[in-house]
Design a protein around this ligand. Structure first.
Ligand code: ACO
Length: 359
């Protein structure tokens, strides 16, 4: 018995390994350094799903197949669905994803890989009162996502920065959303259901919902000189500092530096990066003082916030972009779980009252 299943091993996987003591992430035999900045979304999807989806198009045909899936979803879901724009972007993409017919075949995999790209861009435009922009199936998915969002082609650097982000977050062991996806897949409910479970788990602020609040924190702090006082006051209120701490890492999350590198290569606002670095240093110092027995380091969400902001995503949509990257991992884990064939069904210890014995 372990609250939060800490230290419980619940799956064998060939997909990724998170070494929390060394700060190392391996995905399908490749270190994060080898992949981030060198791999497209499509190449990463092909790598993660290799051997799990027999009918998935080979890498040379995958960009066109994904482009066709984006075009299909735009026609069948975005043009037809009346999803209320009063929902937040994550709820909007979840509602649109729920309209995809469930299944476990290659067509469903392609639709689910394409879905968050089409639905995130469409949701954000609809919320601003703008018409959604149809996909360009000839583009790679990262470039097309930015094009559908902004209505104009991104620069090569912007598309490369988004690819770096999507690859960096593609998979990460048995995190909460991936576990949720595996549980649902184990019941044979279908891959759409498994991805919906992943999105639902991801949106919480203790998991993939943290980067939006990171922006609120940076905006509230405003200048490096305010960082220490603001952070101390937040901790005095009992708040957690978003973008810090991790269940597995006891050292710095290696994804933080992969993303910081992407921000630098993008040539994003240097003042914003300087503020973030000052806040990060202040937060780490204060967390060391206040929690000397617990190593709390920067996690992936801190620089996610800066990178996605620089690419023009609004803070409330950061989790949607995370879902776009992590869908690759959810699908691979769901397929791996299905291949193993075992229903996930742990036990609980009943600590409530027993029925009264008849006198
Ligand atoms: N700020 C302040 N204190 C913290 C933080 C933080 N960010 N993280 C942990 N702590 C404190 C806890 O309050 C706790 O203190 P206590 O022992 O005095 O009660 C102690 O450190 C240990 O915390 P746990 O809750 O055991 O850590 P856990 O492994 O359960 O939590 C988590 C990990 C949820 C990520 C946590 O660090 C947190 O809430 N961080 C902020 C939210 C965040 O950045 N989430 C994104 C995570 S990355 C991802 O999911 C993609």
């Amino acid at each position: 018995m372990s609250d939060g299943l800490e230290d419980v091993v619940a799956a064998h996987t060939v997909l990724s390994e998170v070494d929390g003591a060394a700060g190392r992430l391996v995905m399908r035999g490749h270190s994060l350094d080898e992949l981030a900045g060198h791999t497209s979304f499509e190449e990463m999807a092909a790598l993660m799903l290799d051997g799990f989806v027999p009918d998935l198009p080979a890498m040379k045909d995958l960009p066109a197949a994904l482009g066709a899936a984006r075009a299909e979803l735009f026609e069948t879901v975005v043009r037809k669905a009346a999803v209320p724009t009063t929902l937040g972007p994550v709820e909007m993409i979840r509602a649109m994803t729920a309209l995809i017919p469930d299944g476990e075949d290659a067509g469903t995999v392609l639709r689910l890989l394409a879905a968050p790209a089409v639905f995130t861009a469409a949701s954000l435009r609809l919320q601003r009162g703008l018409a959604p922009v149809a996909p360009d199936p000839a583009l790679l998915q990262a470039a097309d996502t930015l094009r559908m969002l902004h209505g104009k082609a991104p620069t090569l650097q912007q598309a490369a920065a988004l690819d770096t982000y999507l690859v960096t977050v593609a998979d990460h062991g048995l995190n909460a959303s991936t576990f949720a996806s595996r549980v649902v897949a184990s019941t044979r409910a279908g891959l759409v259901s498994a991805v919906l479970a992943g999105i639902s788990a991801l949106k919480g602020p203790l998991h993939g919902g943290a980067p939006g609040p990171v922006i609120e924190m940076l905006d509230a702090i405003g200048t490096p000189g305010n960082a220490r006082a603001w952070l101390e006051a937040a901790l005095d209120r009992g708040d957690r500092l978003m973008g810090f701490g991790h269940r597995i890492y006891r050292v710095r999350d290696p994804r933080a530096d992969a993303l910081k590198g992407a921000i630098r290569r993008l040539g994003a606002d240097s003042g914003r990066l300087a503020l973030a670095e000052a806040v990060e240093q202040a937060a780490l110092a204060i967390l060391r003082e206040r929690k000397p027995n617990r190593t709390l380091e920067t996690n992936v969400e801190f620089y996610t916030a800066l990178l996605l902001e620089a690419l023009g995503f609004t803070p409330d949509s950061f989790t949607c972009v995370f879902a776009l990257g992590r869908t690759t991992g959810w699908l691979a884990h769901a397929k791996e779980q299905i291949a193993g064939g075992r229903l996930i069904r742990p036990q609980s210890v009943y600590v409530g009252p027993q029925p009264r014995q008849a006198a």
